[in-house]
Write a protein that binds this ligand. Sequence first.
Ligand code: VTB
Length: 314
Amino acid sequence: MKLSQELLNNLVKITSNSAIACYPYIGKNEKILADKAATDVMRDQLNKLNIDGKVVIGEGELDEAPMLYIGEILGNGNGPQIDIAVDPVEGTNFVAKNLPGSMSVLAVAEKGNLLNAPETYMDKIVTGNHIPYGSMDIDFTVKKNINIYSEITGKKNSEIVVCILNRPRHKKIISELKKLNVNIKFLTDGDVSAALLVSDKKFNVDIYMGIGGGPEGVIAAVALNTLGCNFQGRFLFKTKSDKRRAKEMGIKDLNKKYEINDIVKGESIFCATGITTGDLMNGVILKNGKYVTETIVTHNKSFLELVKKEVSIT
Ligand code: VTB
């Protein structure tokens, strides 16, 4: 394996430590400080790894440093060449307000195997591995997608749960879902974890849909790939500078619909550590002077699927 078990263990430690770095900021209404604390730890610890890494999904461009920026080189250079996607704090508002569901996230793939994506919105549709590939499509109407889902699963509309970000841009989709008598799970933020909720029946989410962050879509796709779920997305480029930036990053067709295989290839690892407790995992706990964290990990080549790992750090 090119991405070793040692690398995986190190990544778990890094997201754990960046989650712990946020602990003092939970419920302090300081989302910028929380993000900076997590980012500093993530950068510092990634730089110590035996990797020749490059950030392909980050939090902005060079001029927006100190965030981990697209194109930033990480690691000591002595190891595998890898592409890195970072989201030091997914759900900064959740940390600031002490609400459920914030996490610290890293995803890696062999060099050239993770989509280089700009910071823009993405229209997404995500379903679990019980739905055959290609059944549903972001270009179908909401009604058609729901009908297809209902036919495949035998569920009535009133038994289907669709998860979507609660945003004005989704007014039309939401009103169609209501008309169809489909249940809605509204998100305030955090569509990386929301996309993963389709992966297991216990989360009671059938479909994730709507417009969220593009980087978050790419990161979620790494985990969904290992889990055998379906993900389709299309970037939305509004301004001229968005479009120019996308072209510079190698995106030729701005209207392309991305399937998982267009986003991540080869070996990949996804790691997410809870900061505040959410649907997927517990948040950071401080007990007897030790921090205990919970991380979910996927590694497609070792068939590691949503394994939870606990790390204690004194
Ligand atoms: C989502 C959500 C993120 O951004 O991607 C969202 O998952 C999209 O942007 O947690 P808007 O808030 O502008 O709708 C976040 O909320 C923050 O990165």
